[in-house]
Design a protein around this ligand. Sequence first.
Ligand SMILES: Cc1cc2nc3c(=O)[nH]c(=O)nc-3n(C[C@H](O)[C@H](O)[C@H](O)COP(=O)(O)OP(=O)(O)OC[C@H]3O[C@@H](n4cnc5c(N)ncnc54)[C@H](O)[C@@H]3O)c2cc1C
Length: 462
Amino acid sequence: MLKNKAFEGALETIKGIVGKEHFYDSYEERLCYSYDATLEEAIPDAIVFPGSAEEIALIMKTANEYKMPVIPRGAGTGLSGGSVPVKNGLVLNLCRLNRILEINQKDYYAVVESGVITQTLNDAVAKLGLMYPPDPSSMKTSTIGGNVAENAGGLRGLKYGVTKDYVMGMEVVTPTGEILKTGTRTVKTATGYNMTQLFTGSEGTLGIIVNIVLKLIPAPEHKESVLAIFKDMNQAAQTVADIIAAGVMPATLEFLDNTTINAVEDYKHIGLPRDAGAVLLIETDGVKEAAVKEIGRVEEICKKNEALNLRKAETEDERENLWQARRAALSALARVRPTTILEDATVPRSRIPDMVRGVNEIAKKYNIRIGNFGHAGDGNLHPTILTDERDKEEFARVEKAVEEIFDLALSLGGTISGEHGIGSAKARFMPKEVGEVGIRAMYAVKKALDPNNILNPGKMFV
Ligand SMILES: Cc1cc2nc3c(=O)[nH]c(=O)nc-3n(C[C@H](O)[C@H](O)[C@H](O)COP(=O)(O)OP(=O)(O)OC[C@H]3O[C@@H](n4cnc5c(N)ncnc54)[C@H](O)[C@@H]3O)c2cc1C
């Protein structure tokens, strides 16, 4: 695809701002930045790698002059098309901003640049006996900036919450090129609008997050993990609802269905039971006595729901092996057929059994294959449709099934996205959840901050 001639002047100026070594515009380079993990594709005119907030501010001022789209990009692992340049323009890659600026052990916070890889922060604070709880399965690759922009969740979400619960403040470059500081380093603040939460989950449409103040907590002293094997998926889903209803709060409560178990086994050979209808991976943590007591209660509930087998991890290696199985779920399913459509519809946790049953019925109705796994403890399932988009007839059935999955989640009091965001992939469904007034209010905020609609256009709003 040819570059847009109208942006030539802007791109020359921007190359001058960052230096030519931090600016890519060959066809091959543009192709490399034309997708995210959805594999949706659109080619940018160029890619820039700024090294500071001041450079980003100058880039945004130039882009505004030429009304050129700018698309912030972290690691490109997004699952809703967020960093795909659907209106072309300039991809602004934040990977050079990758320093941990401070870890404050007295006041329990860290200050990081947005391009820091999530796992890097996790490892750095763990060495000090601290924990940064949000742990998306992509954490070895995704950036903190991308996590904040998507309000990413993770395996520990049930007990510890998601990214938004740990963002205390940030430095943001606005779409018009001003540098804004939000939030504080204090536990509490009641000063003005909560701008920090406005930018959290804004999917790169309201500002470019440059650095972030993140809450830390003391790491738990002890962990207990168990794999519970069930003949039937409904029994597993009921167990999840019963554990929550019993007042037990595991750190993680994840589930894999039979299709996912087999895909993971084919890929990783971990030793999961191929004939199980579903497995639950459960971890309790905290003070040793409490974690042991809680896992005991969990085991009782699993047995009451006729678990076929309970396998406890006795060593750290065994524990890591169990979590490997869960983290590999999406990659494993993605190997089964040429096209993978992963959804993240989320329901109130007590409605998990209804959601699981409903998704199975939708799969039968449209004669398609759906693997199901997810953060069952917080109601966030990942029905994953295994298909081939080149088969037009099958794909038409898949599109109907996707819409029915969203309708089902909403009818159960849920949401169309628990953690992956709206991006371009789900924009047309957003009015179903927030209504026309909701869309108008959100767009008014967007317009106030980005009058020329240059920051990540084509996302969230159709
Ligand atoms: C195998 C796999 C497993 C995954 N598991 C999970 C999971 O468990 N939980 C979960 O929540 N997600 C998961 N994801 C999705 C994805 O990893 C997350 O959405 C992650 O937060 C994206 O981070 P990123 O750095 O790759 O951002 P990108 O994909 O590059 O960008 C995502 C969005 O954020 C915006 N953005 C990025 N950086 C900035 C910034 N500094 N300022 C403003 N906007 C910015 C982009 O414009 C885009 O809209 C998974 C993805 C894969 C491929």
